[in-house]
Design a protein around this ligand. Structure first.
Ligand code: DHB
Length: 402
């Protein structure tokens, strides 16, 4: 059966937050796009991801009309606790850099964007198969795929966006000779749980202890998200609830503090990787989000970085497709990568600051405590953390979010 021929200006491979946000922003400028996504909407929605938004991400969601819910349901956090061997030190974002972070799970960001695309008549095809992209150095590349109902489509476009996640197929369209990959693995992972329990503290707790790192995060008044550092080969199903709580409690214990426990409803072992692909462009193909870079989860930069890419890419594409100027798309890769590498550093730094390195010497451990003290006990050190965590917004120029 011959493929049905269709055309659009921007073909977006990947319907996660990066792909949907770009499609939403382009639509506001009157630029057509089609999003093709391998998973069903329900599958994406069921994926548990991180929960912290930088103010710049919140502003993008609100000002573009993609989400009001982030202001209504999201929780503003003006600081975090750094807990060092049971001793808490507050990092006060407002006092240090005049900013806040927002607790609003990525699942909700996805739901808001998917709803907004549906509301605005956006063209998002979920559950497509056999997506192939050809001709990204030709005038009109093609994205060929099979729809949910089995029909084949040949979509002609001006520009292809690879927003297809960390296992991106689009990335491989950049020829080996022109593509550089920067990669780092870590000798640990996170054991993540969801639990039906009340908050243990008002703000997030990032804990360093001699048993390793733990992060006490939140989802709602009644559901909490927690993580602890574990071996990457750990099998989450081998752990009883009691053993999980023991491990979490031991990493935050001190000064009479303990976690409010409840039934554990989800458990997963999350791998740690740092990865950057350079450049983020080849011909008419542009990579955005995890397709171009991955960060380890400490500090929750992944989604924020994806939205930052999309902000730069949206402006560049509008210049190209409405104004005929290529200067924005020509500088996209360099401009996006400048932020990517800052975030890579921040995520790597927060990770190594707080985790136990297997095989660490006594010197390594004492040095790490010295580093933690130099952050916790110094305004300049704390401000460095606060500035990176809230996304390097400059208080003097940043607009308040609400
Ligand atoms: C969450 C995840 C993170 O990696 C982080 O630094 C903070 C919060 C979360 O899932 O809630």
């Amino acid at each position: 059966m011959a493929a049905r021929k269709e055309s659009t200006r921007v073909a977006i491979v990947g319907g996660g937050p990066a792909g949907l946000m770009l499609s939403h922003l382009l639509a506001r400028d009157g630029i057509d796009s089609v999003v093709v996504e391998r998973r069903t909407r329900a599958e994406i929605h069921a994926t548990v991801r991180a929960g912290i938004l930088e103010p710049g991400s919140v502003r993008m969601l609100v000002e573009s009309g993609a989400s009001r819910r982030v202001l209504e349901k999201g929780d503003r956090h003006d600081g975090i606790e750094l807990r060092i061997d049971g001793d808490g030190h507050r990092i006060d974002f407002q006092d240090l850099v005049g900013q806040s972070a927002w607790l609003y799970p990525q699942t909700d960001v996805f739901a808001d964007l998917a709803d907004a695309r549906e509301r605005d008549g956006g063209d998002v095809r979920y559950a497509v198969q056999d997506v192939t992209v050809v001709g990204v150095t030709d005038a009109h590349p093609l994205v060929v795929f099979t729809e949910d109902d089995g029909s084949a489509v040949e979509l002609s476009c001006d520009v292809v966006i690879g927003a297809d996640g960390s296992r991106s197929a689009c990335r491989k369209l950049i020829p080996d000779a022109q593509r550089r990959s920067y990669f780092r693995e870590y000798p640990f992972a996170w054991f993540g749980i969801l639990t039906e329990a009340p908050h243990s503290a008002e703000e997030l707790i990032y804990a360093a202890s001699d048993r390793g790192f733990a992060l006490i995060s939140q989802r709602s008044e009644t559901v909490q998200r927690m993580y602890f550092q574990c071996d990457p080969g750990e099998d989450a199903d081998q752990w009883s609830d009691a053993r999980i709580w023991d491990e979490l409690q031991s990493r935050v214990a001190g000064n009479g503090f303990s976690l409010a426990e409840g039934p554990i409803t989800d458990r997963v072992v999350l791998p740690f990787r740092s990865f950057v692909c350079e450049p983020l462009r080849h011909g008419s193909l542009f990579l955005a989000g995890d397709a171009g870079h991955t960060v380890p989860p400490t500090g929750a930069k992944g989604l924020n970085l994806a939205l930052a890419d999309v902000g730069v890419l949206h402006e560049a594409l509008a210049e190209l497709l409405l104004g005929g100027s290529a200067s924005g798309v020509d500088s996209y890769s360099d401009r996006a990568l400048a932020r990517v590498w800052k975030s890579q550093h921040f995520s790597y730094w927060m990770t190594t600051l707080l985790h136990e390195q297997p095989g660490a010497s006594d010197f390594d451990r004492r040095r790490q405590r010295g580093e933690l003290e130099s952050i916790a006990s110094s305004r300049a050190g704390s401000a460095f953390l606060a500035e990176g965590y809230t996304g390097w917004q400059h208080a003097a120029v940043a607009q308040p979010v609400a």
